[in-house]
Write a protein that binds this ligand. Sequence first.
Ligand SMILES: [Zn+2]
Length: 378
Amino acid sequence: MDAIELTRDLVAIQSLNPGGDEHDCALFLGGLLEEAGFEVSYHDFAPRRTSVVAKRGGRGKGRQLCFAGHIDTVPLGSQPWSVDPFGGEIRDGRLYGRGVTDMKSGIAAFVSAAVDLGEALDDGPGLLLIMAAGEETGCEGSRPLGAELAGEVEVGAMVIAEPTYNLPKVGHRGAFWLRMTAAGKTAHGSMPEHGINALYKAARAAGKLEDFDFNVKRHPLLGGNSLSVGNLHSGQNVNSVPDRAVMEVDIRTIPGVDHGSLREGFLGYLGADIEAIEPFVDLDSVWTDPAHPWMQRVFDLVTPILGARPEIGALPFFTDAAVLQPAFGGVPTVILGPGETHMAHQTDEYCLVDNIPVAVEIYRRIIEDWAESNVAVL
Ligand SMILES: [Zn+2]
């Protein structure tokens, strides 16, 4: 199966999120996998918010190998594109389009590797493919899916095909997104002394957040925690004192940071200006010991394909592994995909065409190696 053509087919099926509708993309992938002999099921977390799961094999000993990724993409942004974002145009070795890097090329590569192996999978430990909806807005699809699958599959290791330039990454930070509310009292804009301005309170809190010190020991690969105030909404008209302000804060955390205590800490730090702090995305960090035997095997396998042994690395952003790794009992998880990490979510997003068949080759080797050796490494 031609993974480059499959990437172009997937890019042509819009699955922007927010505004999410992954149904057509899920049906397309499911149809193709069903035709290739896989057992396919569809899982909606909301109307037309469809994830697709495919399974094959399992007559052999051992736990299943899982490949996972998401089929939604971020919106186009407000800047104009120089190419059709759904055209799948190839120019100077780059394949352009929304989601090519993050992460339809990764989905196309593992689907191609699985379809190409075909019957060879039947006598192995089994292969599980998860193509989730709703990842970009906080793993909305994979969370219920992980809970549902946890009881019926026995996963031994997982590959997340997010963009890493085909370099294996052993973990990523968690995400803790908070909605902070300030309350006030409205009044006529000409007599502000009769009101309490909620916008001033939120703005003071935002200023304090800029100086917030997490005071945690840095992780050797993931660095520290980070914080960014993403938006602040307040007021309905210029000539009233706003009585409510809502600010959303994006926090990324390294392993060992407890999100509940962090929230408590913010309540104390921001004091009376903020009356409520509600988490709306709460995802743990992901980490696998680079010395784990399977992780070492992954590095061994990619070395001849890439021409050199990659350095051990990790990622700043979250993936579906944040919910799938705990759902599957903390299995060793590598994040490895053909996309260009730095092009994720960008205008004129692209993926290097040549990296797609390389990913297919890497995935094929990982699948074959798992069938040969998984009993030994667990
Ligand atoms: Zn992604």
